[in-house]
Design a protein around this ligand. Structure first.
Ligand SMILES: C[S@@+](CC[C@H](N)C(=O)[O-])C[C@H]1O[C@@H](n2cnc3c(N)ncnc32)[C@H](O)[C@@H]1O
Length: 250
């Protein structure tokens, strides 16, 4: 287990320079055109609230929350270069710490108003531990917004193309075979973990959360005009959001 977590950390260390560069000067249609608005909306009231961002990377979503009036945002990431980059753009309300989000024992119970996991649970060997820990550190009535790879796309597949290279349909395979999937991102081999929709929902319910809403982000014609590279998102979902509530009285 320890060896596995070191390997996963090394992958993110290798990816960090390109990731940070893209987040700061590049264009990321998936974030800017597709996910940011739905994740922000799922957070509900931001002004004056205390946020936890699990797997914050170089801190971009923490900054979006701070710009919208969050009272406090704690960003956690196990990759030191990501946290160093985040700290370069620290503000009065943001704070960052190197930490594995599968163990939040350094945080008090019942404290945060909202926790966010923006494309992080798919990176975790033990997403159940993260879910249980977030439940513990949220105040009663608090919210956990999980944006993740859609289980249909994290399984295995890819586009079936015709002879001219035109996309016909997405292939779905190995859906019930949960576990690691390896692929290349920005020239670095990375590992994600696939689980079925049933596994995710069962874990959220078993942890005590109410599943308030599920969102499968897609794009409008207006967004498509600005981000034509998102055209496939009108055909098949790549991502899913789970909006989870900790009951107000337990
Ligand atoms: C896909 S990136 C998303 C980063 C950020 N949320 C964003 O949307 O820009 C996943 C992040 O999770 C971090 N990560 C992976 N495993 C982690 C763990 N066990 N604990 C904390 N962070 C982790 C990686 O270092 C990486 O920064």
């Amino acid at each position: 287990m320890r060896k596995q977590s070191e390997t996963l950390r090394d992958e993110w260390r290798a990816l960090a320079p390109n990731w940070i560069h893209e987040a700061r000067v590049g264009r990321n249609a998936n974030r800017e055109g597709l996910l940011d608005s739905v994740v922000l909306e799922a957070c509900g009231d931001i002004r004056g609230r205390q946020f936890l961002d699990c797997g914050c990377g170089e801190g971009r979503f923490c900054r979006l929350l701070a710009q919208r009036g969050a009272a406090y945002v704690l960003g956690l990431d196990l990759c030191e270069p990501m946290i160093e980059a985040a700290r370069q753009l620290e503000s009065e309300v943001t704070s960052y710490r190197v930490a594995d989000v599968q163990d939040l024992s350094f945080l008090e119970d019942d404290w945060f108003d909202v926790a966010v996991s923006y494309l992080n649970q798919c990176d975790l060997p033990d997403f159940r531990a993260n879910t249980a820990e977030v439940f513990r550190v949220l105040r009663p009535g608090g919210r956990f917004v999980v944006a993740n790879l859609h289980p249909m796309r994290s399984a295995a597949g890819g586009w079936q193309k015709d002879e001219a290279g035109t996309k016909q349909h997405v292939i779905l395979d190995r859906y019930f075979e949960e576990g690691a999937r390896h692929w290349t991102m920005m020239g670095v081999e990375v590992t994600n973990f696939h689980r079925t929709l049933e596994t995710y929902i069962s874990c959220f319910l078993d942890s005590g959360f109410i599943v308030g809403r599920i969102v499968e982000p897609t794009v409008s014609q207006e967004i498509l005009a600005r981000y034509p590279e998102l055209a496939d998102e009108q055909r098949v979902p790549n991502f899913i959001l789970y909006v989870l509530e900790k009951p107000a009285v337990s």
